[in-house]
Design a protein around this ligand. Structure first.
Ligand code: HEM
Ligand code: HEM
Length: 159
């Protein structure tokens, strides 16, 4: 059975850190966007640039992860997983990829295209990502500490 490759593990944690940063440090871009909408001059702010480039990086890394997953095939579920649970996990992972891609694309359409509906979608992606990542993290911790099946090792470099 193929484990997650080294690049998949590194990409997983880099993307997780970038997503956390996007969510924690969004105040500057929000202010800049609202100032721009009111016709005010938007001064250069490194945190705004970081949000734009961080979001583009997430989109490219997600595409890279999907390419690896498609080329190498998905990793088999942890031993003892029922087919129904395996299907749910698979759907959960796809939903995470879709949510990240949609967040980045709606952000780009807002910032570069001025598309008002895209800003709405972008705002909605915050709770969507928090719920998906929250459920995903809870499931990972449940496996690790309740079922004690060593799931976290699958997503670690030593694994
Ligand atoms: C923004 C945060 C996160 C995102 C977007 C995310 C996304 C994903 C995705 C898409 C996969 C499937 C990989 C694939 O097969 O292509 C995955 C796997 C995994 N993630 Fe996360 N993850 C995040 C945070 C976390 C955290 C905080 C933990 C641990 C507490 C974690 C633990 C795992 C583990 C153990 C796997 C492998 C699951 C398995 O083997 O079935 N992830 N993650
Ligand atoms: C996966 C990547 C991204 C995540 C997780 C993310 C996350 C966020 C969050 C949480 C907010 C605050 C939402 C609110 O409370 O109103 C926000 C606002 C914003 N982001 Fe992103 N973002 C991402 C990518 C991008 C990209 C690539 C761009 C532009 C190139 C962008 C442009 C914006 C803009 C213009 C706002 C202000 C929108 C508003 O307040 O209506 N984002 N982002």
């Amino acid at each position: 059975m193929r484990p997650y490759s080294k690049s998949q593990v590194i990409l997983h944690w880099v993307v997780a850190l970038l997503v956390a940063a996007q969510i924690l440090f969004h105040d500057s871009i929000k202010e800049a966007w609202h100032a721009f909408r009111k016709g005010q001059v938007v001064a250069f702010d490194p945190l705004v640039a970081a949000h734009v480039f961080g979001g583009i990086a997430i989109l490219l890394l997600v595409l890279w992860r999907i390419a690896i997953r498609t080329r190498q095939g998905t990793v088999a579920p942890v031993a003892g997983t029922s087919p129904r649970m395996a299907q749910l996990t698979h759907l959960g992972h796809l939903a995470l990829y879709a949510a990240l891609a949609l967040a980045a694309l709606s952000g780009l359409a807002t910032w570069f295209g001025g598309v008002a509906i895209a800003a709405e979608v972008h705002e909605w992606m915050e709770p969507a990502i928090l719920i998906l990542v929250g459920g995903h993290t809870a499931a990972a911790l449940y496996h690790q500490f309740w079922l004690k099946d060593g799931l976290l090792r699958r997503m670690s470099l030593g694994g």
